[in-house]
Design a protein around this ligand. Structure first.
Ligand SMILES: Nc1nc2c(ncn2[C@@H]2O[C@H](COP(=O)(O)OP(=O)(O)OP(=O)(O)O)[C@@H](O)[C@H]2O)c(=O)[nH]1
Ligand SMILES: [Mg+2]
Length: 445
């Protein structure tokens, strides 16, 4: 099975159902009251983290997800049913990005965690809602709003506690095999490991009996100089270690460990500078191939990096118990780590746009554009403040709802704002596709 760890999908939440415009009808009753019910909510698209799914592969073949719409409201105050949410199961460790804004919209790190990635539209209110002392028979209702549509990129980062990084052939896979029950491919050629592999490492007591304490260890493909420019297998796989709590630099003592570590750190830095802030140690591997004095000399040279050094042999077993124990002792506490490394997630609610009034046309000032009424037309265009959305929600009943909308707009301060901007009696106000005449209430008082 190919290891797929990035997947692009398209998601569309359901639209909200329209509110109903209806009046009660019964025998012997001439004129019943308004009884239009509300529309139902549209279904949302929800990501859910599950265990036991190792890759995003499971989703392949299905790139588009659509949640059902909410049902229309009906007479007799019957509310439309809500559209059901659609759940997309993804492996723990999946992060979702909005393809267009690039922002993180979900980051699932615990089994069972859920996050809405496309919100269903809300249902419109039925006409029964809009009665008042002066409006007994509203002949309008509210439409449902559109569900959110998004292009989403899913990325899977293995949630490993510890990551092994090193040049090809340094012995990373050999170490994983020695410390855990994982069975990675090991061979005497570079880039044996082509995709990340996880193993579980138990803490052992002195007699070698497992204690009830363990960490997961990720083995990733080797990194070479220039990896950040795409050489070798590139740095794609560093994504998997970007959220580990500890890094083990695996160095082959028989090569040039000091130079290799410098290069490794430069490549990691180029990918993501915060990788170098992770707790780390050095596993100086293959020590059985050199004499001890030489290994100690190398260790002295590595002092400049400020990292603890453990001498090991993945092949012969030396230092493995020490390496295991050193990792357990240095590993930052999971809860504390999670608190300081939480990704910043896009807020759920879109910040409401401030009201902007744009004075578009003043033909009089330019001496042109006399309309049929013989008056120069002055048009004020309204953006933001939720006014355009509100017009859309009543677009089917603009005529009937105009008095209600007028009172809402007034309460929201639209006419005051227009007046302050210099609007005059008879000017045209444009909100979305709707146009109406500006009327100054205080005039003539
Ligand atoms: N002598 C000796 N050989 C080792 C030791 N550890 C690993 N090797 C050998 O080094 C070679 C590479 O080992 P791997 O574990 O595949 O190395 P890797 O770092 O995973 O390599 P890539 O997956 O290509 O990045 C194999 O031939 C191993 O047998 C060791 O401690 N001593
Ligand atoms: Mg390997």
């Amino acid at each position: 099975m190919a290891f797929r760890d990035v997947l692009n999908i398209e998601v569309a939440a359901g639209n909200g159902g329209d509110g109903s415009m209806s009046f009660h009808r019964a025998k012997y009753m001439e004129k019943g009251g308004p009884d239009g019910g509300h529309g139902g909510k549209g279904g949302s698209i929800v990501l859910r983290a599950t265990q036991g799914v190792e890759s995003l592969e499971r989703l392949v073949g299905r790139r588009k997800f659509k949640a059902p719409n909410g049902a229309y409201g009906e007479g007799r105050l019957r509310q439309g049913s809500d559209g059901e949410d659609i759940f997309i199961d993804v492996p723990v460790g999946t992060t979702a990005f909005d393809e267009d804004s690039g922002r993180v919209i979900a980051d699932l790190v615990r089994v069972g965690e859920e996050r809405v990635i496309a919100r269903g539209g809300s249902g419109g209110r039925g006409n029964s809602t809009f009665t008042s002392s002066t409006r007994q028979a509203p002949r309008f209702a509210e439409l449902g709003t559109a569900g959110q549509k998004r292009r989403v990129r899913l990325e899977l980062r293995l949630i490993a506690d510890v990551g092994l990084v090193g040049y090809p052939n340094a012995g990373k896979s050999s170490l994983l095999a020695a410390l855990s029950r994982a069975n990675p491919a090991i061979a005497d050629y570079p880039f044996t490991t082509l995709s990340p592999i996880l193993g579980v490492v138990d803490r052992l007591d002195e007699a070698g009996t497992p204690l009830d304490e363990r960490f997961t260890l990720a083995d990733i493909p080797g990194i070479i100089e220039g990896a950040s420019e795409g050489k070798g297998l590139g740095l794609e796989f560093l994504r998997h270690i970007s959220r580990t709590r500890l890094l083990v630099y695996v160095l082959d003592v028989t090569r040039n460990p000091v130079e290799e570590l410098r290069q490794l750190q430069a490549e990691l830095y180029a990918y993501d500078p915060s990788l170098l802030e992770q707790v780390a140690l050095v596993a100086l591997n293959k020590v059985e191939l050199t004499d001890e004095d030489l290994a100690v000399m190398v260790e002295d040279e590595l002092v400049q990096f400020g990292l603890p050094v453990v001498h090991v042999s993945a092949k012969e077993g030396q230092g493995q118990a020490q390496l295991r124990e050193a990792i357990f002792q240095m590993l930052p506490d999971r809860e504390l780590w999670a608190q300081t490394h939480a990704l910043e997630i896009e807020p759920d609610t879109v910040r409401e746009e401030a009201l902007r009034i744009e004075f578009r046309i003043d033909p009089a000032a330019r001496g042109v554009g006399i309309v049929s009424t013989g008056q120069p037309e002055r048009v004020w265009t309204i953006h933001g403040g939720g006014f355009e959305e509100r017009i859309v929600r009543f677009s089917r009943y603009l005529e009937e709802a105009s008095e209600y909308l007028g009172s809402v707009f007034k309460r929201q301060g639209l006419y005051n704002a227009l007046k302050r901007a210099g609007a005059r009696e008879g000017d045209t106000v444009e909100i979305g596709t709707h146009r109406f005449e500006y009327f100054d209430e205080d005039e003539g008082k």
